[in-house]
Design a protein around this ligand. Structure first.
Ligand code: CMP
Length: 140
């Protein structure tokens, strides 16, 4: 089925100047960019976005990292987009990510892991609405 998912290129990958290389992987896999922007999150915004993790021991480090610089946020659209994006990203911990995945190639650590992607249709809808409220997503 055609799905939409939220992708974040995190501050580490933006700082490395590999936004284009990562977007190319999405496009090469048949995903289309339906919305995109560069944004520097406030602490409150990052805490809200990652609220599901607020009791986890890594929450403070996660928020500190996500506000350390701008992030490139996209809505990706395509067949099976949620799982496809997660396959392209690889495992959360880059040390465990399969060769050829975005995290294996561009990430340094489980915190600075280059990208985020929605994990299910319900979270994708919430995450897309968080960054792109209203009609600012374009059918491709
Ligand atoms: P992300 O997909 O953005 O969702 C939450 C983030 O928390 C995750 O990627 C990691 O970058 C970060 N994180 C740090 N430590 C852990 C951990 N032990 N388990 C899961 N995520 C972690």
């Amino acid at each position: 089925a055609i799905e939409r998912t939220l992708s974040i290129i995190k501050p580490d990958a933006v700082a490395k100047n590999v936004i284009g290389k990562i977007v190319s992987r999405f496009e090469a896999a048949g995903l289309k960019v339906a919305a995109a922007k560069l944004v520097h999150l406030s602490r409150g915004e990052a805490e809200q976005f990652y609220a599901v993790h607020k009791e986890r021991p890594f929450f403070k480090d996660l928020v500190d990292f996500m506000i350390s610089g701008p992030v490139f946020v996209q809505v990706l659209e395509g067949d099976n987009a949620i799982a496809k994006n997660r396959d392209l990203m690889g495992a959360t911990d880059p040390k465990k990510a399969a060769a050829g995945t975005i995290r294996a190639d561009f990430a340094e650590s489980i915190d600075a892991n280059a990208v985020h992607g929605s994990d299910a249709p319900e979270t994708a809808a919430v995450e897309i609405a968080f960054f792109f409220p209203g009609q600012n997503v374009y059918a491709r």
